[in-house]
Write a protein that binds this ligand. Sequence first.
Ligand SMILES: Nc1ncnc2c1ncn2[C@@H]1O[C@H](COP(=O)(O)OP(=O)(O)OP(=O)(O)O)[C@@H](O)[C@H]1O
Ligand SMILES: [Mg+2]
Length: 268
Amino acid sequence: MRDTPAPGMAAEPLVRVSALSKRYATQAGEDIHALEDVSIDLVDGEFVAVLGPSGCGKTTLLKILAGIELHDHGEVLFKGKPFNGAQTGTGVVFQTPVLLPWLTVLQNVVLPIRVLGLSLPQGTARARELLELVGLKGFENKYPVELSGGMQQRAAIVRGLIHDPRILLMDEPFGALDALTRERMNVELQRIWLVNKKTVFFITHSVSEAAFLADRVIVMSPRPGTIVDEVKVPFARPRDIDLTSSADFGRLTTHLRHKLGSHESAHD
Ligand SMILES: Nc1ncnc2c1ncn2[C@@H]1O[C@H](COP(=O)(O)OP(=O)(O)OP(=O)(O)O)[C@@H](O)[C@H]1O
Ligand SMILES: [Mg+2]
């Protein structure tokens, strides 16, 4: 039996993940215990970052939230109702931009509009606005190969936002970028988020990226992934990249590194 949040102004989480667990059976007959007893609430408009060692089940959790992987036990509720299957309420940005090479930037970005059968003229107008917002005005008719990695990733972010999802799920979206581009993308993403105010679930290996971007950072243990810590990030927004050299920021990242253990300590 689970408490039902009171109706009205009570802050019901947009997404509630309770006691989630997941095992994979591999083709070799192994039993991989990926997630154990994971519970997370995502509040509407909140930016949540997830840190955890490689293989601890972060992508598995994101796929369950996206409706592209099933869980074994526990419950995922969206606005208090069971969450079933892929749905229009989520946008996903993967680690690699996965743009289709034979489509232009604009055609790639409006793909979810076509797949979901939404209005193409409206979707195209929104695509142009969002592409301008991420600095890709003038690149609408280019092909992915003509763009840098960072530009492709920005196009992929626009594609994740194009159908106006309530939740944006991002799986290490900047993992493949060089440090400077990554920093710029962090500032850019914060700007986009401040304009759009989506609920963001952001997976990263970078402690400083998590602390810079998030309202709340969740730290996971090695596999089977469980939550070992949850930290509220107190810094005011908009955050400037200089924040990352402040003593308060240093204390927070030291704490997060400590919670992560030795696995990620040398990362950034
Ligand atoms: N389809 C699958 N079949 C079998 N095992 C899987 C499958 N997908 C993931 N796994 C295993 O489940 C565990 C968790 O994988 P997952 O991809 O969720 O980890 P992760 O935290 O995202 O790792 P990384 O940080 O390296 O991306 C790993 O041990 C992985 O090998
Ligand atoms: Mg992963």
